[in-house]
Design a protein around this ligand. Structure first.
Ligand SMILES: *Cc1c(COP(=O)(O)O)cnc(C)c1O
Length: 395
């Protein structure tokens, strides 16, 4: 499956085999083409490539073979025609905004999105005359009511961070399409292994590859996935303005994709066991994990996802003091805001990732002082539970 990619294979096979265009050296692993430009046999070939008459590489801001391998492989996993890689997840979201929006347009975005995504729309995209309204992820009436004649893009992140609310992807896609808008979803938490939003009507799927696609906390990257015609505009924006993915990072992500299925299963299994442990602990007030049957998003998650993912949030007794006690009594779990790593990480959203919000905004978003978010890694689950339990028992 090197030259002619066969997308009839199952996801596990696609994740390992798709996209590698083997060079004349016959290498087994995907090569890293660490080169900024490409050379030609003669002037005529250069002219044909530059004019687009002949396909081929010109400059790595436009295309690069290692990056192209990553794009092909990710698109195959998503069941999509095309992926365009970017330098980070934020660059992917910016590429969507710049490719499809113009002055006068309107965006509706779910409220509980990644913090930088809010700033991207409110502070930067807004400068170009695009307005944005934020609505509750699960309130379909609010989405309907926010629609204007100028609405061009609906943007969500599902499951949400940190409370794991689940969007009804099909319903939101229908609202977007009935009003001539595009529907984009940030799928960084689920990855194509757990959720393939295009099957439920999404037009564009956005990734921070920095998280689970890498899976080992090494490299920044992102991607936009969708149909080929739609992605022409994203590609044009990226190749012209420069938020292109580094070939080295693309290679890291290619290796990450090979184990994505195994890792997402294990993250989900560990997270489920941690959520069930927490749910039964007397010092835990509430657990936010869609794998628990009582979670509000459980039924939708069962319909849309093949697993519940690795992010577990929970509220402990004793507010900030209780939460910090749990965090400070861990021994190996990393205290950091990052997620989607083989290493488990723990964070206090109210004073870190959501620390800039006013207390009213925090309350509205459900970010209480006792809330803790864990990105459950791949360490042995008994060890993970013991590390969290140490502080919990002390509250
Ligand atoms: C991290 C993250 C981003 C931003 O990605 P970067 O690669 O850090 O730019 C966007 N969306 C979600 C859901 C994220 O977790």
């Amino acid at each position: 499956m090197s030259q002619q990619d066969d997308i009839s294979y199952q996801l596990e096979t696609l994740a390992i085999r798709t996209g590698h265009t083997r060079s004349f050296e016959g290498e087994h692993a995907e090569p890293i083409y660490l080169t900024s430009s490409f050379v030609y046999e003669n002037a005529a070939e250069a002219a044909a490539k530059f004019s687009g008459q002949e396909p081929g590489n010109i400059y790595s801001r436009f295309t690069n073979p290692t990056v192209a391998m990553f794009e092909k492989r990710l698109a195959a996993l998503e069941g999509a025609e095309r992926a365009v890689a970017t330098s980070s997840g934020m660059a992917a979201i910016m590429a969507v905004a710049m490719a499809y929006l113009k002055a006068g347009d309107h965006v509706i975005c779910s409220r509980a999105v990644f913090g930088s995504t809010v700033a991207l729309f409110e502070k930067y995209v807004a400068k170009f005359g695009v307005t944005v309204d934020f609505v509750d992820l699960t309130d379909l009436d609010a989405w309907e009511n926010a629609i204007k004649a100028e609405t061009k893009l609906l943007f969500v992140e599902s499951p949400s961070n940190p409370l794991a609310e689940v969007a009804d992807i099909q319903a939101l896609a229908d609202i977007a399409h009935a009003n001539g808008a595009l529907f984009a979803i940030d799928n960084s938490f689920c990855t194509p292994v757990l959720q393939q939003p295009i099957k439920f009507g999404a037009d564009l799927v956005v990734y921070s590859a920095t998280k689970y696609l890498d899976g080992q906390g090494r490299a920044l990257g992102g991607a936009v996935v969708g149909n080929a015609k739609l992605l022409e505009d994203v590609f044009g924006y990226v190749r012209t303005t420069g938020p292109s993915m580094s070939p080295f990072n693309a290679w890291v992500f290619l290796k990450g994709l090979e184990t994505l299925r195994l890792r997402m299963r294990e993250h989900s299994s560990n997270a489920q066991q941690l959520a069930e442990f927490l749910n039964a602990h007397p010092n835990v007030e509430k657990v936010y994990y869609a794998g628990l049957p009582e979670h509000v998003g459980h039924d939708l998650a069962v319909k849309q996802q093949t697993g519940f993912g690795g992010i577990v949030s929970f509220e402990v007794k004793g507010g900030r003091e209780g939460a910090w006690k749990v965090i400070d009594n861990t021994q190996f779990i990393s205290i950091t805001g990052n997620l989607g790593d083989a290493k488990s990480t723990i964070t206090h959203p109210a004073t870190t990732t959501h620390g800039k919000l006013s207390s009213d905004a925090k309350e509205a978003a459900g970010i209480r002082e006792g809330l803790i978010r864990v990105s459950v890694g791949l360490e042995e689950i008994g060890d993970i539970i013991r590390d969290i339990r140490r502080g919990l028992d002390l509250i």
